[in-house]
Design a protein around this ligand. Sequence first.
Ligand code: FAD
Length: 295
Amino acid sequence: MKIIDLIGENKMTLSFEVFPPKTETNFESVKAATEEIAKLKPAFMSVTYGAGGGTSKYTLDIAKNIKERYNVPSLGHLTCVSSSKETVRQRISEIKAAGIENVMALRGDIPAGMENDDRSSWDYQHAIDLVLELKEANPDFCIGGACYPEIHPESSNQREDIKRLKEKVDAGCDFLTTQMFFDNNLLYNFLYKIRQAGITVPVIPGIMPITNANQVARAIKLSGSFMPQRFKSLVDKFGCNPDAMKQAGIAYATDQIIDLYANGISNVHVYSMNKPDVARKIQSNLSDILGSDVQ
Ligand code: FAD
């Protein structure tokens, strides 16, 4: 099923993100974790793509397994910046052959060493190039794009970032998923600005439950996200007690999700990081809310 049809149903739903194994050795354990999450019957599951394409085969294997074995719609991620046209075209035909209808079109981070290259020699500069390529390969793909409520780290200002985002959406994105954020006001502000700019596709907020203190520094480094004082206090207080930190992190993420639903968002995507226990707990915290109508 296409994600655009799922999220158009106006019911409050939850979806989860998983990532593929890096090597064959841990394929089975990762697959088992993703299956546990699939058993929760989320609205859909996304499977990330290793930068550089090293784990691309596993992305497809996991996405296919979730869809075929558990009947959970899957969203396969694909990046382009560090790949050749030939490789990307090959991946797209594999996605088609696997019957995956939903593709997240990403540029990917620029690999160390490539920053100073002459960009004109790259086959792909930006995610928009991949969106166009996917549309051409199969006009029926449901295509997602990434967006950044706190601006993409490479953008000089939000106006420019939103202008580029509009071009990407106009090229063929059916929906957008956000980078993680820890203060919902940042999302509401961003939504206001992109609607003003004429971007009308659904935006799925991405929520990262922080369940251990070590994750905090990594999450900020990756996303550049603002940490509200309320969140910092929680990490200060419980960071040294793993069980308490996990409980507090899940409660914080649940609180963010409830606020999003209360403000008219229909689908929330949880960066569940291959942790079935975290996904299960968040879903159970929302058990009476999920499936009800968005007012
Ligand atoms: P783009 O849309 O190309 O934007 C990147 C930057 O370029 C922005 O600053 C934008 O404003 C600017 N820009 C865009 N178009 C133009 C243009 N025509 N001219 C000039 N500037 C332009 N990474 C992975 O490796 N694997 C994953 O599975 C993955 N999943 C992700 C999922 C989500 C929801 C998000 C938010 C990010 C994900 N990432 C993933 C990270 C992502 O690859 C990086 O954030 C990357 O740096 C940007 O990718 P993008 O698709 O947003 O790029």
